[in-house]
Design a protein around this ligand. Sequence first.
Ligand code: MSP
Length: 651
Amino acid sequence: MELSKETYYVTTPIYYPSDKLHIGHAYTTVAADTIAKYKEMQGFDAMFLTGSDEHGQKIERKAEEAGQEPKKYVDEIVATFKNLWEKLGINYDYFIRTTEPRHEKVVQKIFKKLYEQGDIYKDKYEGWYCTPCEAFWTERQLEEEKGEKVCPDCNRPVEWVEEKSYFFKSSKYADRLLAHIKENPNFIQPESRKNEMISFIEQGLEDLSVSRTTFDWGVPVPIDEDHVIYVWIDALSNYITAIGYETDAENFNKYWPADLHLVGKDILRFHTIIWPTILMALDLELPEQVFGHGWLLSKTGKMSKSKGNVVDPIVLIEDFGVDAIRYYLLREIAFGADGAYSTEALIQRINSDLANDLGNLLNRTVSMVDKYFAGIIPEPVQEEELDLELKEFAASTISRIETEMDNLRYTVALEELWNFVRRTNKYIDQTTPWILARDENKKERLGTVLYNLLEALRIISVTLKPFFVETPIEMARQLAHIQEVKGADWQATSWGELESGRKVINGDPIFPRIDVEEYFEKVAARKDTKKEEGVNVKVTPIKDRVKFDDFMEMDLRVAEILAAEKIEGSNKLLKLQVDIGLEERQLVAGIAKHYQSEDIIGKKILIVANLEPATIFGVESNGMILAASDEEGNLTLSTVASEIANGSRVK
Ligand code: MSP
């Protein structure tokens, strides 16, 4: 019987399909992909999970804005995720979507189990809620910006919310969790973040609200149809539902507990406090490690769509190639720390490390084999002391890379590999093959030197396999070892596997140098062409068509603003009194950031007059004003072009 392999289960966060992903999301996924490929090469049965976190109010709202059903909306965005992962050479084993029936059913089972055993109970929640982060905050956790209460994570305004909710007794497990963290020093990494988490738990855990009644787009609470399961139980459970918890015991037992949950520092708390306490309540083992890496910042701070500073990885891949991007992400910023993304730094890396160090080494070596041996890989028959040193350098490099990779220090692992690349370049300068080539008696020595160079390159190509997608194969093609490198495991990083007698292929440089100025000129020209072609990517797509009769159901009227005042406690809302000819009305409008009360009195605007009344921030609103807004957040009221009576119908 074949012995079953040791498993290695690694996960990324499941990303929100509320928008396209940016380079920050690619960062986590590339790191996870690399470690999964590395472990697989080392002989583990690696299981790599990624996916999408599709429920919640934010997605529901986004879909509504786009005029689509939530499922249709997320389907389209999830397709862009998969496309990005394919372009980035991400080799996941399973892509979980939280809308898949298997996941939804098991999430309900989990909820029911916790409820039945008394770990979930019903109560009332009042608090400050951040819709984009889907998180409640206590008064003391909030921050203030320009007099407005904002979310401490994303700095966007929070809303006061009151609702009935189910709660999970995470506090019950706090002591056990603290003990676990202290007894398992590797459970939370990096070290600095672990201490943050410990002090957070030591301040005392509050029970966690795990259901909502304010939106529908979620997994229904199995025992109470007014509630949907709040996103964190739904989202975090993906790590177990994806591998068969409650549906495929054999597979589940094979991979659980996970070896590594890789997450950004923004969600480390959810993964090291909420998730472990849920697992404890389910009587399941905790993951071996949760690693919270730093943020990839843009020049203007954390990347976010609303700030308009996101970097699109697809554009970068098209401009520079997948391996340059993967190299940059893993090499430039120490894993764990924050770091700024910069295209200049990316180009600098491409030119120095990839084109100059690695590309030249391959090019020079293959060209010399072509020139001095008609492309045939020579035999290594005349070894010298210097060669042993190179071999030892190769072996010690590999073992250092192993240590670094086991600690997720990608940056250092690549630095080690590039020291070897540079050492091999130096070997060319030390052995001066072009001088050896002048002397017929030194042919064997020349052959040995070139063999060693090719072998060093083969080892480099194998070592690069977890990190890169195309380069190892292209290097192997030029080295005439494509099949071997394709199928190589980590063992193949040891010296001596290169076969003499094969014919190398002198190819194009693997990483052409990039001229920074030319590149930025090209980017500027591209923007101009887009403008000329009238491509305006910033306009929201048109909604599905509606029937004429349906439109005629809407009663739109001209209304004159008689009075306007700010609503206490809100920075966004104005209370308006308007005249619509037949009567006066009170409306609430979210325009306070764009208009001062005194500036709009007397304006004739358009309103929807037959909407159901609503209470917003405790104030009754009897209709809705019409205003135009763009994706940059600009807003302007709709008005009439010339004088017309109040209450005139708009059709
Ligand atoms: N859906 C939740 C996660 C649930 S996991 C059970 C979520 N999704 S997200 O789409 O907002 O993705 C957050 C993750 O994306 C971060 O934890 C991090 O891994 C990655 N990043 C997003 N922006 C990033 C940077 N600017 N820099 C680095 N990583 C970033 O939160």
